[in-house]
Design a protein around this ligand. Structure first.
Ligand SMILES: [Zn+2]
Length: 503
């Protein structure tokens, strides 16, 4: 493992002296882990590589220096930040952890409307990635080849260590195909470790289920996917379809399912774990902060790696730090050498979390800064009688019900005596159960109304599973008058487990 140790040293030096990371070194670490595991069956201690050992005090001088370097770069090379610094009368040299709050946050609208004004003129941009959020028009984030290669190598390390993948494993991605940048890096990472990825897009759930259950004959061995990467709402769609079609855990070879981009509830997690016989893990990432991402520990906190950037929790207006226990918005400053093209100082993400008191932790990632898991978007909070209700409060409540229908559709209306919750479902008795449990949790629900179809509901927020993609087979089926409703397609017994051959 000598080569790995040398590569780790270079990695550390890059952070201190602000040089680009040598991606080849990370790739060498990946190759060493693969070789070591093949020989000894273990992977050794990689904590140094994950950078989990530095204390807040040790990090401060490094963070100050990295922030100053980023501020200088942003002032010299991007029109947006030159103008912003001049407007607020701040010099980039003044920026450090204690003065950062003087710099106004960068709103997502800025990134959406003028992405080029944030691009570093000193770097050659390679790829314009589009975000796939459900809360507004997509934003663009430009990346360089270096950033893509870095994300690829870092993803490979994560697949090896966090997902315990090895040569010959098959993985399935059910992500929106427009998320090309992430999928490209994922496929490249899989190649580095000898894993076979299949990127299906957000197709009909029956097709995804049959791929998860059907083996692929590669190198003489029958392999079913061991890891599924998708969004919570699409996982919900798979759970609905899988239960209806009579699949059981014995049909699948999955070990882990990771869900990002949307809230994952305990209710959905339980149903999915029962159906697939796999562990379901919530993740946090967004194109705007790549390659940085959040990690959720067994204590249910969302942890961020300080090495890849500065994470703040600001109050809902974005003008001061949130107090411990208060709701706030995740605000990110991705730093060099992880970020060099689209420069962002204090990106106000709109993702609401609760700031934790520092002594709240006591989990396996306690050395990393943490917040609560994401509770929803800042424009989607509701209040009644002094109580703020978040989308997570509602989703946890609705999806914990035994009759929950996935993906959840819900809408809240403010009445004179409380909040009126409209949900989509099949069991009218769910209304009483949900209201009762809501009141136990001090969610001020005056009524719960269960609708059998969406047409009678007030408008609901879109979910990522709505970005469904058609295949030719779907298009043919959909135009066939005898199969034109989803219901008839899904109850066709011949479609169970082998929808492709049935067509
Ligand atoms: Zn934790």
């Amino acid at each position: 493992m000598l080569r790995t140790a040398v590569a780790q040293l270079h990695h550390g030096l890059s952070l201190v002296f602000g040089r680009r990371l040598r991606v080849a070194n990370i790739e060498r670490v990946v190759a060493d882990i693969v070789a070591t595991r093949a020989e000894f069956g273990g992977i050794g201690d990689l904590d140094a590589f994950r950078g989990t050992s530095m204390s807040v005090q040790d990090r401060k001088p490094i963070d100050d220096r990295r922030l100053r370097r980023l501020a200088r770069m942003a002032y010299a090379e991007t029109p947006y930040y030159r103008d912003l610094f001049d407007r607020v009368g701040m010099r980039p040299d003044e920026v450090n952890l204690s003065t950062l709050e003087r710099l106004p946050v960068t709103r997502k609208e800025t990134l959406r409307d003028t992405p080029e004004a944030l691009v570093n003129r000193g770097v050659r941009p390679w790829y314009r990635a589009e975000t796939s959020g459900t809360t507004g028009p997509p934003s663009s984030v430009w990346f360089s080849r270096y950033e893509a290669e870095l994300l690829t190598a870092m993803t490979a390390v994560s697949l090896l260590i966090d997902n315990r993948l090895g040569e010959g494993d098959v993985i399935q991605l059910n992500l929106v195909s427009r998320a090309f940048f992430g999928i490209h890096c994922f496929a490249g990472a899989a190649a580095l470790i000898g894993v076979a990825p299949s990127s299906l897009g957000l197709v009909e759930p029956e097709i995804s289920l049959s791929r998860l259950a059907g083996g692929t004959r590669l190198s003489g061995a029958e392999a079913r996917p061991v890891l599924l990467v998708t969004y919570s709402s699409y996982l919900g769609l798979l759970v609905e379809a899988g239960e209806r079609l009579g699949y059981t855990a014995a049909d699948f070879g999955l070990r882990q399912i990771t869900c990002g981009g949307e809230i994952l509830t305990e209710g959905l997690r339980r149903r999915a774990e029962r159906l697939f016989g796999a562990t379901v893990v919530e993740t946090y990432g967004m194109t705007e902060i790549a390659p940085s991402s959040g990690q959720i520990c067994t204590g249910g906190h969302l942890h961020f790696h300080p090495e890849q950037g500065i994470t703040e929790v600001l109050d809902l207006t974005g003008t001061r730090a949130a107090e411990p226990g208060e709701l706030g918005v995740l605000t990110f400053t991705p730093v060099f050498p992880y970020r060099e093209t689209t420069l962002l100082l204090r990106l106000f993400s709109g993702d609401v979390v609760r700031r934790l008191a520092d002594d709240d932790l006591g989990c396996e990632l306690a050395q990393l800064p943490a917040t609560s898991r994401v509770l929803g978007k800042d424009g989607h909070l509701y209040g009644f009688g002094g109580r703020t209700v978040t989308p997570r409060d509602i989703l946890e409540l609705v999806e914990a019900d035994p009759a929950a229908r996935f993906p959840s559709r819900w809408s809240l209306r403010t009445g004179t005596d409380g909040l009126e919750l409209h949900i989509l479902g099949d069991d009218p008795q769910a209304a009483d159960r949900i209201r009762k449990r809501g009141l136990e949790q001090e969610i001020p629900l005056s009524r719960v109304i269960v609708h059998g179809e969406r047409a009678t509901m007030p408008p609901t927020a879109p979910v990522r599973a709505d970005l469904r993609e058609l295949s030719f087979a779907d298009a043919t089926l959909k135009t066939d008058a005898t199969l034109k409703t989803d219901a008839s397609l899904k109850t066709d017994a011949s479609l169970k487990k082998h929808p492709e051959t049935a067509q």
